[in-house]
Design a protein around this ligand. Structure first.
Ligand SMILES: [Zn+2]
Length: 331
């Protein structure tokens, strides 16, 4: 087994400690209290002194040291972020504190940071996101909730509640461990906002390049001209509804849920694949971090692959090079 990226290892170590102290049923992570207590226990000379919600212009959150660097402050935007996003933002800033505070005194963070700045800045943002997602939705516990169960938005909703994250975040986490080809499509007004495929779906050509193209939902898609369903709906159909090049015999399960206070629609597409994922350890990187034939000569995934497989918003799901490989973020 290869070593997990440092942010994952740090988050998993804290998760183990929390489980030892609080037990298995310890969710959602009280990340504000955790950041205060952990930093005071481990770094008494320069702890996180306050975690405060405030209205922040164009920022999701920030981490700031005082002049003497003897105290750190986490601010998160309480005006615009949902509770799940606020939890993620605090975890993200806690990640900066643990991973990067030797580099600078101020971290100002927003959705777009991962697409801006120099390589080091982008890497730092990616690492903080990876830390946050690993801390809030530990894979070991997540597997325990979903393994052996038929996937549904009800089950994912249960997971979202358990971890205090959005339904989208729970769905993204699930497709990383799905035993099938799985694609999550987020749409509004009959057009895709973004989409994300898991590794096996991508390998089979089941992906949507929404960053470069405006893609309308198929006319027959359940999410096309959605009614305001109060519950999710599901239908077994043919893959060619979404992927015209698939054989007519290829089945597809389509699940739809209106989410975000009816602001957007989630569609989960499931298709059989030829080989399921093997079980992997909590510390292991996701499937597509494993070197495959799609790696370029330099060991990095080709850029177009990054854009296609991770065609989404930075804090929702990001696949970017970290130490010559890709990481998966569940927010
Ligand atoms: Zn940041």
């Amino acid at each position: 087994m290869t070593s997990p990226p440092k942010p994952m290892a740090k988050a998993n170590n804290i998760s183990k400690m929390l489980t030892q102290v609080l037990g298995e049923e310890r969710f959602p992570v009280q990340v504000d209290e955790l950041a205060l207590e952990y930093s005071h226990q481990c770094f008494a000379n320069s702890p996180i002194d306050k975690v405060v919600g405030e209205e922040l212009d164009s920022l999701d959150g920030l981490l700031k040291a005082n002049k003497a660097r003897s105290k750190w402050l986490i601010l998160h935007n309480s005006a615009t972020l949902s509770e799940g996003r606020q939890r993620f933002t605090i975890a993200h800033e806690f990640g900066h504190y643990l991973l990067h505070r030797d580099q600078q005194d101020l971290f100002e963070c927003s959705d777009d940071d991962i697409n801006r700045g120099d390589n080091n800045e982008r890497d730092n943002e990616t690492e903080a996101n990876l830390f946050a997602s690993t801390l809030l939705i530990p894979l070991k516990d997540f597997r325990r909730q979903v393994d052996g169960q038929t996937i549904s938005f009800d089950l994912l909703g249960y997971c979202a509640d358990r971890y205090g994250v959005s339904l989208t975040a729970a769905a993204l986490r699930w497709i990383t461990i799905a035993p099938k080809n799985a694609v999550l499509v987020v749409s509004r007004d009959n057009h895709m906002l973004w989409a994300c495929s898991n590794e096996t779906a991508f390998e089979s050509g089941a992906f949507f390049a929404t960053r470069k193209n405006t893609i309308e939902l198929p006319q027959e898609a359940l999410a096309h001209s959605p009614r305001l369903w109060k519950t999710s709906i599901s239908e077994k159909t043919q893959a060619i509804r979404w992927f015209p090049r698939e054989p007519a015999s290829m089945p597809l399960t389509e699940m739809v849920k209106v989410a975000g206070n009816y602001d957007y629609t989630l569609t989960l597409l499931l298709m059989p694949n030829s080989e399921g994922h093997g079980a992997h350890h909590d510390n292991e990187a996701p499937p597509w971090k494993t070197p495959t034939s799609t790696l370029s000569a330099t060991g990095n995934y080709p850029c177009d692959r990054l854009e296609m497989i991770c065609d989404d918003r930075p804090q929702m799901a990001v696949c970017l090079p970290v130490s010559s490989s890709c990481v998966w973020l569940a927010f």
